[in-house]
Design a protein around this ligand. Structure first.
Ligand SMILES: C[C@@H]1O[C@H](OP(=O)(O)OP(=O)(O)OC[C@H]2O[C@@H](n3ccc(=O)[nH]c3=O)[C@H](O)[C@@H]2O)[C@H](O)[C@H](O)[C@H]1O
Length: 459
């Protein structure tokens, strides 16, 4: 490489599901010699250090969030508080503009990556820095939901409108069920920090940034990224799938010991990311569905609302006595990537967060898709089940969106059953996609193109 390395500052939304993939992307860039100045929440640093594989090139710049009415002092990422508080974290991030300006003046990066902090493109422009809106949310969701073609339908977009893709959208199989259209419609007018709707925040960022970029690969996301480049009339880049480096740490001893008692590919691991909280009835239905499978299972979920002291306290009656050592329900943080790589784990029930989907695809365990209340989870689920056919969605009520123990058990059985035709097709497709994602050629050609397009912004 004869060109000078780039210096990129990054300022992602303070959610673990965004911070971790931003560090994974930074690792890929640092591997090629680029320098990253990474703005992080101060107290969360101890959780993030382990992901930084190039500390000589990736420097963390911890910042303290300014106080915000109603936000507890200790809260700085979405995993510190329940969902109603997320908009206050966003409001506090919006108040860091002066701090960020000073930092950028001092660091002098050539490019700054951001996602939800919509005011960053204007600030960057003032300082002579190029801005890139880098989204870990898949481009299909953004194209479906926030393309200018959708806005032309007017501000009174109905749930019925949202059940169909906007004009020119590159896929006709990505359709929503009524309960999902409700979620999409609700999100559009969600107050998300300083009185600005989530949708408007994203739209402002998309219109003002110098370029839009996504985590994803040309083969899967290419048509959606081209659609957005066309719609917004600006460069749209793909970083490649940003497959995490294989974990170097071993699983916590207690999980490793527990997993080792079971035969290969037999354990169901179920986790819903860093912020998702199930209502008690659905939490219990999920556990009862796992019990019905007869398989061993490890569940890492936050406790449901309602004042439960622990996840154990929220278990269905008699559940613990019935499943005994065969099932573990844990309410704390686990090393997900290490667990997914364990040879005993054969199935992953995921909420379809962007990070979990990639981590699931690059491991051998089969995917059961149980998307929760975020539009990109729903689109990820549809993409994995209908377009790529690498996982099975848990069936839900068309109107109420609720799943049952029977539907959980059914989906697990399909992917785990050697005799099932659907299961066979899914396992074959997953194996092909896994080997594509893990191939060095795919990663390095995506990164070549990505870095070239970043350089184009500076010419
Ligand atoms: C706004 C939203 O942020 C979301 O993040 P979320 O935390 O829900 O899920 P993941 O993307 O799987 O991210 C969660 C990340 O945390 C890791 N982890 C989680 C729990 C645990 O106990 N141990 C772990 O190691 C996991 O391995 C993954 O890397 C999604 O992106 C979503 O797409 C986006 O819209």
């Amino acid at each position: 490489m004869d060109e000078a390395p780039l210096h990129i500052a990054v300022f992602p939304w303070f959610a673990m599901g965004h911070l971790i993939p931003y560090i994974q992307l930074s690792n890929k860039l640092a591997k090629r010699g680029h320098r990253i100045s990474f703005i992080i929440p101060r107290k969360t640093r101890s959780k993030l250090d382990q992901f930084n594989l190039y500390p000589r090139l990736i420097t963390f710049y911890p910042i303290t969030l300014p106080p915000c009415d109603g936000l507890p002092d200790y809260a700085e990422t979405t995993s510190d508080v329940p969902p109603p508080f997320f908009r206050l974290i966003m409001a506090a991030m919006d108040r860091t503009e002066n701090q960020i300006e000073e930092l950028l003046l001092q660091l002098k990066p050539q490019i700054v990556f951001f996602d939800f902090v919509y005011w960053l493109p204007n600030l960057a422009c003032k300082l002579g820095i190029k801005s890139v809106l880098f989204l870990i949310i898949n481009p299909a969701t953004v194209g479906y939901n926030a393309s200018p073609a959708r806005l032309l339908q007017g501000s009174k977009l109905t749930e019925a409108d949202l059940m169909k893709p906007p004009s020119g959208f590159p896929s006709s199989s990505m359709k929503l069920h009524p309960h999902e259209a409700k979620i999409f419609a609700w999100r559009r007018t969600l107050d998300f920090g300083n009185g600005i709707f989530f949708h408007d925040r994203l739209y402002k960022g998309l219109t003002q940034t110098d370029a839009i970029a996504f985590k994803g690969s040309t083969e899967i996301e290419g048509p959606f990224v081209d659609y957005l480049a066309n719609q917004y009339g600006k460069p749209a880049l793909l970083s490649g799938p940003v497959v995490p480096e294989p974990p170097t740490s071993r699983s916590d001893e207690k999980w490793a010991r527990w997993l080792e008692q079971f035969k290969e590919d037999s354990v169901v691991y179920c986790a819903f990311g860093s912020e998702c909280i199930l209502q008690t009835a659905q939490f219990q239905e999920l556990l009862l569905g796992l019990e019905m499978t007869g398989l061993p299972f490890l569940v890492a979920l936050l406790k449901p609302p309602g004042g439960f002291e622990s996840v154990e306290a929220a278990m269905p009656e008699g559940f613990k006595e019935r499943v005994k050592e065969r099932g573990i329900i844990y309410g704390g943080w686990v090393q997900q990537q290490v667990i997914l790589a364990h040879s005993s784990v054969g199935c992953f029930i995921t909420h379809c967060g962007a990070g979990s989907i990639t981590e699931g695809l690059v491991n051998k365990c089969q995917l059961v898709l149980l998307p929760q209340t975020l539009p990109d989870h729903i689109m990820n689920s549809r993409m994995m089940s209908s377009e790529l056919k690498v996982g099975v969605e848990v069936e839900r009520g068309e109107e109420d969106g609720l799943f049952s123990r029977g539907s959980v058990c059914k989906a697990v059985k399909i992917v785990m059953d050697d005799e099932s035709e659907t299961g066979k097709e899914i396992r074959e497709n997953h194996a092909k996609l896994r080997s594509y994602l893990l191939s060095n050629d795919s990663e390095s050609s995506h990164m070549d193109r990505f870095c070239e397009k970043l350089r184009d912004l500076l010419r």
